[in-house]
Ligand binder design. Sequence first.
Ligand code: ZN
Length: 315
Amino acid sequence: VTLVAGLDIGGTKTLAVAADASGAIVATTRAPTRAGDAATVAAHATETVSQLADAAGISVSDLAAIGVGLPGMVDVVTGQVRHAVNLGIDGRPVDLGRHVREAAGVPTLVVNDVDAAAVGALRLLGTGDDLAYLSIGTGVAAGLVLDGHLRRGGRGAAGEIGHVVVDPAGPTCPCGQRGCLEALVSGPAIARRWAVPAGEPLTAHLVGAASAGDPKAVALLREIAGHLASAVALLALTVDPDVVVLGGGVAEAGEPLADAVRAVLAERAAASSMLADLDLPARLVVLPSGAAAGAIGAALLARSDAAEPAGSAAR
Ligand SMILES: [Zn+2]
């Protein structure tokens, strides 16, 4: 059995899986992310691969391919990464793909983490070959798999809807604009308005307080759900995917959050037969808590890229 490795390197945690040819996971490792500069991230990725190989009971060189997903701008052809701010990588391109490939001696594909999670979500949900994956975490962005093809876009910016301005009078965003979706519904944006006891999950705590009737929580949840409903409608009206999947740290709150978004979508549909025809509440799903969509997607993309490097079907 030839295994592929899939890494999901987040700002704080790294999850890695080894998957067989059917996409089934045979080993998993979790570790804190070591970041700070390009060399540290590259060493961290290489070390993660060797820990994963140990866990799977194989040598690194036995792997058929390695997929590395991370939050940044990625050139999938060269394996160069830029603007992975949470990992300490700035605008200067870092040869992450080449570094890991040379250290491991295995074909390596570097991918954007949200793109990887979109591909992984498709596999986990088994709903077909068409979805938009809306990641709501430290950042906000969508990954698009359309008719089985991952849509990266001409400039790699397909799905970067976190920087659509939804409230021009809203808070400033690190991107330079005001009132971006990300500045309103990301984990850090919610944390600035809703304090939780140390160790408590942010959105689950907010949802719990809202269902217990706390008026401040009810109002904030309603506002967040309204912005997320707009994002779902934006995706549906732009590319009309079969399903829109909520994922990322904020969506760990699960069905209660999805229900709040569905309620807003249903209200808007009641006022618009055009929207009602789109049946958006029924097309919204939330990724199960703890699902390794990013790591699985990175593994799947790496396997298809190793099999067919130029213009592979999964691109
Ligand atoms: Zn922005």
